[in-house]
Write a protein that binds this ligand. Structure first.
Ligand SMILES: NC(=O)c1ccc[n+]([C@@H]2O[C@H](COP(=O)([O-])OP(=O)(O)OC[C@H]3O[C@@H](n4cnc5c(N)ncnc54)[C@H](OP(=O)(O)O)[C@@H]3O)[C@@H](O)[C@H]2O)c1
Length: 249
């Protein structure tokens, strides 16, 4: 229970990697705000499971691309749970899978700008209180594709590279205020977002991976929960893959 007494907000926590992060943080003792945009029932189920297990959680609706909604979500989380210690920037827009020459300007811009809004706005919104308390931990969920491009993923590689740049800048600017900022880079992870991938493609990626499998949401959540703890108190500005060794920066 190394997160006992801490509070966390996880964006996009109704499903997939975000839901696993919310569960893992709560399992280690943190009180957790479970953000969602449309899956109210799923988010309330996660919060309910945490409460049933003896923890504290609240489900909060907000589109993380919208500054006003983000501000209300952060205020709501602090009201329900107390001042925030941990922010997991997880929610991101879906991935347009197309070679560059088929990608429209609108598809490209929407992916990149929505991703940036989804990371910039919640980070900026939690900062004043974290700075005032001289403590905080921000974890951004990037992607292995930010450093290792793959065919058809140009918009995703671009937007996640921008996420990495933002996280490094945050680590640089917030370190003197006692706030740590790190980037977690999952490889292929089984969630709704990747459920459409043909199984032979998944098997091929597993076969090229030193650990001989693809990721599960809990693999990412395990690192997030570890990074959130004071045991990692001198880890900031890091970019850590969760990819079974297929990506070694
Ligand atoms: N899966 C992978 O292989 C993989 C690999 C590398 C990186 N990642 C990154 O990991 C993160 C999570 O991916 P995932 O695979 O877990 O996705 P997912 O299963 O599709 O879940 C997406 C989550 O984000 C929420 N969400 C989406 N847009 C939102 C918005 N505008 N405002 C608030 N919440 C929003 C969804 O809420 P609702 O349920 O309400 O729609 C849902 O909880 C993303 O940043 C993704 O790029 C994933």
């Amino acid at each position: 229970m190394h997160l006992e007494g801490k509070t966390a907000l996880v964006t996009g926590a109704s499903r997939g990697i975000g839901a696993a992060c919310a569960r893992a943080l709560a399992a280690h003792g943190a009180a957790v705000a479970v953000n969602y945009v449309s899956s109210r029932e799923a988010a309330e189920k996660i919060a309910g499971e945490i409460a049933t297990a003896g923890g504290k959680a609240v489900a909060l609706q907000a589109d993380v691309r919208d500054a006003g909604q983000v501000r209300r979500m952060v205020e709501g989380a602090a009201r329900a749970l107390g001042p925030l210690d941990i922010l997991v920037l997880n929610a991101g827009p879906s991935v347009p899978w197309k070679p560059v020459h088929e990608l429209s300007q609108e598809e490209f811009e929407t992916k990149v700008l929505d991703e940036m809004r989804s990371f910039f706005l919640p980070a900026q919104s939690v900062m004043p209180a974290m700075i005032a308390r001289r403590t905080g931990c921000i974890i951004g969920i990037s992607s292995g594709l930010s450093r290792y491009p793959a065919f058809g993923f140009s918009a995703h590689t671009t937007s996640k590279s921008a996420v990495d740049g933002l996280m490094k800048s945050l680590a640089f600017e917030l370190g003197p205020h006692g706030i740590r900022v790190n980037t977690v880079a999952p490889g292929l992870t089984r969630t709704d977002a990747t459920a459409h991938m043909p199984e032979d493609q998944v098997r091929a990626i597993a076969g090229m991976t030193p650990m001989r499998r693809v990721g599960e949401a809990e693999d990412v959540a395990g690192l997030v929960a570890a990074l959130a703890g004071d045991e990692c108190g001198f880890v900031s500005g890091a970019y850590i893959p969760v990819s079974g060794g297929i990506q070694m920066p």
